[in-house]
Design a protein around this ligand. Structure first.
Ligand SMILES: O=c1ccn([C@H]2C[C@H](O)[C@@H](COP(=O)(O)OP(=O)(O)OP(=O)(O)O)O2)c(=O)[nH]1
Ligand SMILES: [Mg+2]
Length: 159
């Protein structure tokens, strides 16, 4: 069902520090009302040439403090860069803890077989805030039975 509530959803406040004054011109933002992520830009003094297979840690010039254990940040690739140019993340996904106050760093990996040059302040990845549930662990000898039990890894077949 489409959301017909005319009120905008309340957005949590997010403290952000600019670790380089140049980032003031490039504050991350949601491009559309429905955007899930904010693009992050490469804080570079000069273009960064990435050979095939090369992986480099790139600064964003930003620190964000989520300050809520029920939230996490995720750094994800941008689809266009990933699909067309093979520019993805060296850690595949970056998981940002809610108590992390350091600079957001992006591990940029050229997984393609062609060189790629990342330009200063180019949008290189996106940052998404996701809900998190922290659990308490109860050690047990047996689980209550479930429909799947321990069947996994293709146990239900392919078609
Ligand atoms: O792409 C990323 C991934 C992580 N981080 C920062 C935020 C995160 O909270 C912290 C630790 O990340 P993680 O726990 O995934 O890395 P680790 O190798 O386990 O480091 P640590 O021993 O510090 O937990 O590093 C980034 O800036 N970029
Ligand atoms: Mg860790």
């Amino acid at each position: 069902m489409p959301n017909t509530d005319p009120r905008p959803a309340a957005r949590p406040r997010l403290a952000i520090k600019l670790l380089d004054p140049r980032m003031a011109d490039y504050l991350p933002h949601y491009t559309t009302d429905g955007s899930a992520g904010m693009d992050l830009r490469a804080l570079l003094d000069a273009p960064l040439a990435l050979s095939p297979g090369q992986c480099e840690l790139v600064r964003t010039g930003l620190a964000m403090h989520l300050d809520d254990p029920n939230l996490a940040g995720m750094i994800l690739p941008r689809s266009g860069l990933g699909h067309k140019h093979g520019i993805v993340l060296g850690n595949l996904v970056g998981l940002i803890d809610s108590d992390y106050q350091g600079e957001l760093m992006v591990s940029v990996w050229n997984r393609s077989n062609r060189a790629f040059t990342l330009e200063p302040f180019e949008r290189l990845a996106q940052y998404v805030i996701v809900p998190v549930v922290q659990a308490e662990l109860d050690v047990v000898d047996d689980f209550a039975s479930s429909a799947r039990g321990d069947n996994g890894f293709g146990s239900s077949g392919r078609l």
